[in-house]
Write a protein that binds this ligand. Structure first.
Ligand SMILES: NC(=O)c1ccc[n+]([C@@H]2O[C@H](COP(=O)([O-])OP(=O)(O)OC[C@H]3O[C@@H](n4cnc5c(N)ncnc54)[C@H](OP(=O)(O)O)[C@@H]3O)[C@@H](O)[C@H]2O)c1
Length: 294
């Protein structure tokens, strides 16, 4: 098949693209950020550019990964967030509809309010607490309104790409590399780590079913940021050398509010007996083992 990827310079695409090439798919890589040589310029916020690209390439699928993923920036600049994450998605959706192209959209556990004590399922009602979550949810709703052949797959706290990871895991690893002996990590926010490697392996099985719709695809198990930091320190070999102190999120104020819980379970895949995602601790250990000497 021929896949057109948006956000091809990002963390998730870095794992998905080699997988698709391994399966002999033809891959058109696009992004606003031309970090890598094979990437063609495409700004999803420009509807004309999007239509021209989809019309000229006529892919079987658009894998729409591009987004403004900086949650605090989204809060500070809501117009930017909605322009990229919602209207950018609408541009992709309208082009897919016009040229009868199937769509895969990656959404997020940030669509939930965080009040549930149990991990969220696909059947729970979203109610985002920040602009990033709202802008991603509006993208989901546009897809549901306008398309029938689509997959919306929600991921949890994404981990991958080592040094291109702008999120929590690499921030902790950087502090360890800098020789910090004591870390302060938030212990009252909970989520579901989602390793891009596991996601890349498993989402292909999901879309091959042609059972279109909404899915959660996170690693098995849930944790707090503090739990995760403890495991990072252990797997990096610093267990007896670095102290991890739990703190409350009100001691670490950020521009965007975070839900208490973004914990998710792959409820539909469990019901379909199709949930092959490994536990997050196992994937974290492997991820650190492969990358730690870089
Ligand atoms: N990261 C997470 O924890 C997480 C969790 C759940 C779901 N998701 C979703 O998963 C998808 C992939 O995330 P990721 O972690 O791979 O994100 P990422 O590393 O931030 O990659 C997103 C890519 O999209 C690009 N982009 C931004 N604005 C664009 C525009 N107007 N037109 C075209 N490209 C644009 C970015 O370029 P710049 O770097 O130059 O901005 C970046 O290369 C996103 O849809 C995200 O919302 C992410």
């Amino acid at each position: 098949m021929k896949m057109l990827i948006t956000g091809a310079a990002g963390m998730l695409a870095a794992e998905v693209i080699p997988k698709l090439l391994e399966y002999n798919h033809k891959v058109i890589q696009t992004d606003i950020n031309q970090r890598l040589p094979n990437i063609e310029a495409l700004n999803i916020a420009d509807s004309k550019e999007v239509f021209q690209k989809v019309e000229s390439e006529r892919p079987d699928y658009v894998f729409h990964f591009a987004a403004e993923t900086d949650v605090d920036l989204c809060e500070k600049k809501p117009e930017h967030a909605f322009k990229i994450n919602t209207l950018g998605t609408e541009n992709i959706v309208l082009a897919c509809k016009e040229f009868a192209v199937k769509l895969l959209y990656i959404s997020s556990g940030a669509v939930f309010s965080g009040e549930n004590l149990l991990p969220y399922t696909e059947f729970d009602i979203p109610k985002p607490v920040n602009i990033y979550g709202k802008s991603k949810l509006q993208g989901e709703l546009i897809i549901k309104d306008l398309l029938s052949e689509y997959f919306i797959i929600r991921a949890g706290w994404m981990v991958g790409g080592w040094e291109i990871d702008k999120k929590f895991v690499y921030k902790i690893i950087q502090q360890l590399k800098e020789g910090k002996k004591e870390l302060k990590v938030v212990a009252d926010k909970f989520g579901s780590p989602t390793f891009t490697k596991d996601f890349a392996t498993n989402f292909i099985n999901v879309i091959n079913t042609k059972r279109y719709g909404l899915y959660h695809l996170a690693n098995k198990g849930t944790c707090s940021r503090y739990d995760m930091a403890l495991k990072i320190v252990e797997f990096m070999g610093f267990k007896d050398k670095v102290k991890v102190n739990p703190i409350n999120s009100d001691q670490f104020p950020l521009p965007a509010p975070r839900a208490r819980s973004e914990m998710m379970c792959n409820y539909k895949l469990n019901l379909l007996e199709f949930n092959n995602m490994p536990r997050w601790e196992k994937s974290l250990e492997e991820y650190i083992e492969i990358n730690k000497d870089k």
